[in-house]
Design a protein around this ligand. Structure first.
Ligand SMILES: *Cc1c(COP(=O)(O)O)cnc(C)c1O
Length: 376
């Protein structure tokens, strides 16, 4: 029986990456030692790091003038580190936050400890759109309705809310909002590298690796260089972007093995032809599940505003708690793992990041079809 891991994070890694890591575990590239045992100041690790950075920049088309940093502390640390490092980059020392779900709400809450922040938009009320009533958190505030202070140091948002499965498909254009100088700060933890993006107006992107990039324990930060150098004195040195950049992501001992695995994932993405084919495959995977949900005549339900349904985290509910429990029990027995929704919202969540092949999604779809045939 094949096993498919739909966990939201830490999440499935590409099989060839794990196979290569296994084969190199005891002896990396004829060095005689494991990457885990290597000095982070050795030429071997420097090669691993520099390949990872180059591959990341190429794949994601990160323009000149942006630095790519590998940091500690997860995406959650960035909730504090973004205001501490960036709030003083403009005189008003204010920031705007868009609230669209659990993760962006956490970011806003933490930022309040360090900065004068305001809410630019929020989906935390129910709303009628085109005759359909959406529950709180299930719809996306249109960018034209965001209230951005033109003096703000940045506007923060989360472009894929992992728990509800709500995804912003295109990045906003701040010039259209009368705030052309306000850089966007984006939590992309759960869909970074799932598609190409346009860097116009991007100030900073951060992502914990454990969803779509590698193992837990390393966080990637892409920051526009002109935003570096405004860090507040209270910032621990190890978390000052200027130090991390100056130390080439090795100000102190980095999570070197995790960076190595991320590097293997990046090489795997390149071998797939880059982000365009990956994006198309992601769309096809998500579409097949949403079509099945919509055709199930209300047996499976996804209540997210359709154009913002996530291509990465497909959430749905079943008609009763009994069927929900049976669904989880039977999927597990069939090798379909990690489908239980986040405890705060319940339901089912299938996370289908880059590493989930189309065959895995097909097996889940076949199971869902037979389950509805039996119990619908
Ligand atoms: C998982 C997740 C986080 C939290 O990541 P940690 O690495 O555990 O801090 C933050 N934001 C988003 C969008 C996530 O999916």
């Amino acid at each position: 029986m094949s096993v498919w891991n739909f966990s939201a994070g830490p999440a499935k890694l590409p099989r060839p990456v794990l196979e290569q890591a296994a084969s190199e575990m005891l002896d990396w590239n004829s060095s005689g030692i494991s990457v885990m045992e290597m000095s982070h100041r050795s030429p071997e690790y420097e090669q691993i790091l520099s390949d990872a950075l180059t591959d990341f920049r190429d794949l994601f088309a990160v323009p000149d003038g942006y630095s790519i940093l590998f940091m500690h502390g997860g995406a959650t640390a960035q909730n504090a580190l973004v205001p501490i490092n960036l709030i003083a980059s403009r005189d008003a020392q204010k920031a705007d936050y868009v609230l669209t779900g659990t993760w962006s709400i956490k970011s806003h809450k933490e930022a309040q400890r360090f900065a004068d922040v305001q809410v630019a938009a929020s989906n935390q009320v129910e709303k009628e759109i085109d005759g359909v009533l959406y529950k709180s958190g299930m719809w996306m505030p249109e960018v034209s309705d965001w209230k951005i202070n033109p003096d703000s140091s940045y506007v923060h948002f989360c472009s894929n809310e992992t728990i509800s499965g709500l995804e912003m498909k295109d990045l906003p254009n701040m010039a259209n909002l009368g705030a052309p100088d306000v850089p966007m700060v984006i939590d992309m933890s759960s869909h970074i590298l799932s598609r190409p993006i346009n860097f116009d107006g991007v100030g900073l992107i951060y992502a914990g690796a454990q969803k779509n990039l590698g193992p837990a324990g390393v966080t990637v930060v892409i920051v526009r260089d002109d935003l570096i150098g405004f860090t507040k004195d209270i910032c621990p040195s190890v978390f000052n972007y200027e130090n991390v950049k100056g130390g080439n992501s090795g100000f102190n001992t980095p999570p070197a093995y995790n960076v190595y695995i991320c590097g293997l994932v990046l090489k795997w993405l390149r071998s797939k032809g880059g982000l365009m084919p990956i994006h198309e495959q992601n769309l096809a995977k998500a579409r097949s599940l949403y079509e099945l949900i919509d055709k199930s005549q209300g047996f499976y339900k996804n209540e997210i505003q359709p154009k913002y349904r996530s291509d990465m985290n497909v959430t749905f509910t079943l008609p009763s708690e009994e069927l929900h429990n049976l669904f989880l029990k039977e999927t597990k027995a069939n090798g379909l793992l990690g489908l239980k929704g986040h405890k705060s919202v319940g339901g089912i969540r299938a996370s289908i990041y880059n590493a989930m092949p189309i065959e895995g999604v097909r097996e889940l779809a076949e199971f869902m079809d037979s389950f509805v045939a039996q119990h619908g």
